[in-house]
Design a protein around this ligand. Structure first.
Ligand SMILES: Nc1ncnc2c1ncn2[C@@H]1O[C@H](COP(=O)(O)OP(=O)(O)OP(=O)(O)O)[C@@H](O)[C@H]1O
Length: 535
């Protein structure tokens, strides 16, 4: 269908007159076929063109205001709507898609994109589906997918204001990774307990997905010892048996680096932790927590000040809490177990609804540190084995708490934590961060820049969307669209997935997506059964 006529081009911007009766929406992809090439354009804004004089405008608007009929001579020659669009790709005669190297001619016809044209953009060929293409608020039946092997190591940043759909996206992504059946791993820290079953009755969670019995691994207070937990799913009239591990880690398994990589400790305090470890061995955390400052001062050979000891004690106490998670003599090795599951391509869901802020921080640090170090060591020492490890994504909710410029030392000395290290160096080892935040303007600039895949949900505040726009390709003209996103709508950029444009996307609603995955798996099962009986 014809949508308009090109009336101006400049750089990669194309202005076209909107045809009568045509409906053009912001974010819409359209095409121009000209001189054997197909140009794909994305509509970014609108502008009425008027050759009316100020006096005519005054008269006509006054009449319209009074409800009188407005007669305008040669109206379509003197007043019309135009759409401003950006050329996002050029498809040459041989079908090769690349960035624009020319512009369509003036007065060329602008047309609706057909499914074939959309497919040429290869937005649907990745292995991690997240939603559907959207033109304005209208959903098009073509999937938007990420390419996991390239996307994961280059980090994923998810930004959106309150209620924009961040946790819905998190569940969708986790569901898609689960359904790669071991190709990739994911670690989720779930402080609201909303991933396993949804956040309220009637919602669904990862437990509902058919692959959860095999590829989900739950770490939770719901179990007291390692084993399988049976979960009833009234929404499906089924139950599942999911492998689980208690939310417990013996303090003898903690090392000073687990604490220092939280970024909470100063240089002298770090030294003290290592001294205590040397002196007391595996029991060092226990001695530090229970010993009195002055007594520790003498036992550590007066090598550290009493003040430093007391401050470090307080911080260790803050991070280990009351012993509910970091326990004594319980024997559990949560971090080691999680690492072994990650190496097998599992989605590991760690539920921490009752953890304190300190416990959450230490837990996230220990788990992330073990994974990063193991992948790093494997790559350096056993590269063949490393190449078989699944790329792993580690979710960091409220990412500004770990990767905020103020947290990392502002303009002064940078105090690294495990997540800032992963943000910088994880790529080399197939360890990526899934950073979720409402406040991207507070993140370190390098984190925003180095996250090559961005899921931008509705983001109302200027400093936040400006930060994203300023540090990402393809977003120069996206401000108007980002400002008008509804719940669940997103602008997605992902160079690692081969996207050459900011893709207007409708993220799947998780429950609908879960039902689709369940249907697909049932169908696949029927086909497998039919094949076996035919043999
Ligand atoms: N893609 C979507 N399609 C349809 N509904 C959605 C979508 N994403 C989110 N919603 C709905 O919007 C509401 C808020 O979503 P969600 O909890 O994911 O937002 P959030 O950004 O995590 O919120 P908060 O900042 O409060 O944690 C939920 O009721 C959810 O069902």
């Amino acid at each position: 269908m014809k949508l308009g006529i090109v009336v101006w081009t400049e750089g990669v911007t194309v202005k076209f007159r909107i045809a009568q009766e045509a409906v053009v929406e912001r974010g819409m992809l359209v095409k121009v076929e000209d001189k054997g090439r197909t140009y794909i354009l994305k509509v970014v804004d609108f502008k009425p063109e008027s050759l009316l004089t100020p006096a005519e405008i005054a008269i006509i608007s006054s009449k319209a205001d009074k409800g009188e009929a407005v007669q305008l001579r040669e109206r379509d020659l003197r007043l019309y709507d135009t759409a401003i669009s950006t050329i996002v790709a050029q498809i040459d005669m041989d079908g090769e898609v690349h960035g624009p190297s020319s512009v369509p001619s003036l007065f060329a016809v602008v047309e609706e994109l057909e499914e074939e044209d959309l497919k040429a953009l290869r937005l649907h060929t990745g292995d991690i589906p997240i939603g559907k293409i959207r033109f304005g608020h209208n959903v098009i039946d073509v999937d938007v997918t990420l390419d996991g092997s390239k996307t994961i190591p280059h980090h994923v940043l998810v930004v959106g204001g309150t209620g924009a759909g961040k946790s819905n996206f998190g569940r969708v992504l986790a569901g898609s990774i689960l359904h790669t059946a071991g190709k990739y791993s994911l670690v989720i820290f779930d402080c609201e307990s909303e991933y396993l079953l949804g956040s309220k009755p009637g919602e669904m969670g990862l437990a509902h997905l058919p692959f959860s019995e095999e590829y989900l691994f739950l770490v939770s207070d719901r179990v007291q010892r390692p084993g399988r937990i049976r979960i009833e799913l009234p929404e499906l009239g089924e139950e599942r048996s999911i492998p689980a591990y208690p939310l417990k880690m013996d303090i003898t398994r903690l090392r000073p680096s687990d604490f220092t990589l939280t970024g909470e400790f100063s240089g002298p305090q770090e030294e003290l932790l290592w001294m205590a470890y040397k002196q007391f061995g595996e029991e060092w955390v226990h001695y530090l927590l229970s010993g009195e400052g002055r007594a520790l001062y003498s036992r550590l050979g007066r090598m550290s000040g009493v003040n430093t000891i007391n401050v470090a004690k307080r911080k260790v106490k803050y991070l280990t809490g009351e012993g509910d998670i970091f326990c004594r003599d319980c024997g559990y090795d949560l971090a080691g177990t999680v690492l072994s599951m990650i190496a097998k391509g599992r989605v590991v869901l760690i539920e921490t609804p009752f953890a304190t802020e300190g416990e959450e921080k230490l837990l996230a640090t220990v788990v992330a540190e073990r994974i990063f170090r193991a992948y790093e060591k494997m790559r350096k020492e056993l590269p063949d084995k490393w190449s078989q490890l699944p790329p792993v994504l580690i979710m960091v909710e409220e990412a500004h708490r770990y990767l905020g410029s103020h947290v990392l030392g502002g303009k002064g000395e940078i105090r690294e934590n495990i997540f800032s290290i992963i943000a910088k160096r994880g790529r080399k080892y197939k360890v990526g961060g899934l950073y979720i935040t409402q406040m991207p303007s507070e993140l370190m600039e390098t984190v925003v820049r180095q996250s090559l895949t961005k899921i931008i949900l509705s983001l109302p505040t200027r400093p936040d969307y400006s930060t994203i726009i300023n540090h990402s390709p393809y977003l120069d003209d996206a401000e108007a669209e980002i400002k008008t996103l509804d719940r669940g709508e997103a602008v997605v950029i992902s160079q690692p997935s081969g996207f050459r444009l900011a893709v207007s996307t409708r993220i799947y609603q998780f429950e609908e997506y879960a039902q689709r995955l369940i249907r697909e798996e049932k169908l696949a099962l029927q086909q497998r059964t039919a094949e076996v009986s035919n043999v």
